[in-house]
Unconditional design. Structure first.
Length: 221
């Protein structure tokens, strides 16, 4: 029988606030791709979609199960909040996030956020954004590497599930199959400068997802 956690470990107001804020910010936004049939009757004319909060919860779960603390788990829930606009076309400013959940969480979120727009307000090239992101993971804190690995584990798993379901997932993603494989493997490599003992199992799981992705691609050819 496992030891019961201490009562103070059962609830974290910081994580609760992160869940609340991420749910509010991403309300009405959805993932790219669906790989399961609905578990309930969908009204005629409607389609089932996967809310972004499902991805955020999965990433936070991976981070927590890997043994990271509440600051990193909170950052996992919020890791897309700066990078992604809400359904109203607004962007969350760093100061707003810092004021809401504190500097430590906000700093981690910044480390795992792409700078999508250039100084001219236009979308930057995909490869340039990814290269800058990888530099941030290499030089950032181990906690940021953990959030990044968890994010890529779930993203790649989702892509593979879509492929297995026969979805043309690359039609809605910014990068094709080759680019996606490069990026996920590059994240794996970018995490290696950090030697925290909680990271190797996460790297191993991402490597497993890369192998499953390759197999799914082979099945679709």
């Amino acid at each position: 029988m496992e030891d019961a956690p201490a009562p103070e470990a059962l609830f974290s107001p910081l994580i609760e606030h992160a869940i609340e804020l991420s749910s509010q910010w991403h309300d009405g936004t959805y993932r790219k791709g669906v790989w399961r049939d609905p578990a309930f009757e969908v009204p005629e004319g409607e389609e089932i979609q996967i809310p972004v909060i499902a991805h955020l919860a999965a990433v936070a779960s991976i981070v927590r199960r890997a043994g990271w603390g509440e600051t990193t788990v909170a950052a996992a829930y919020l890791h897309d909040a700066i990078e992604d606009m809400n359904r109203h076309g607004q962007r969350l400013r760093r100061k707003q996030l810092r004021d809401a959940v504190g500097a430590d969480v906000a700093r981690l979120v910044v480390h795992v956020s792409e700078q999508k727009l250039g100084d001219d307000g236009q979308m930057r090239p995909w490869r340039a954004r990814k290269e800058d992101y990888l530099d941030s993971i290499r030089t950032g804190r181990p906690q940021a590497a953990a959030v990044s690995l968890a994010d890529k584990i779930h993203n790649l798993w989702s892509i593979t599930q879509s492929l297995k379901a026969g979805e043309d997932i690359f039609a809605v993603l910014s990068g094709d199959a080759e680019a996606q494989r490069w990026f996920h493997e590059a994240v794996l490599e970018a995490s290696t400068p950090h030697d925290d003992p909680r990271l190797p199992p996460m790297r191993e799981r991402l490597q497993t997802e890369l192998s499953r992705f390759d197999a799914a691609l082979g099945d679709t050819e």
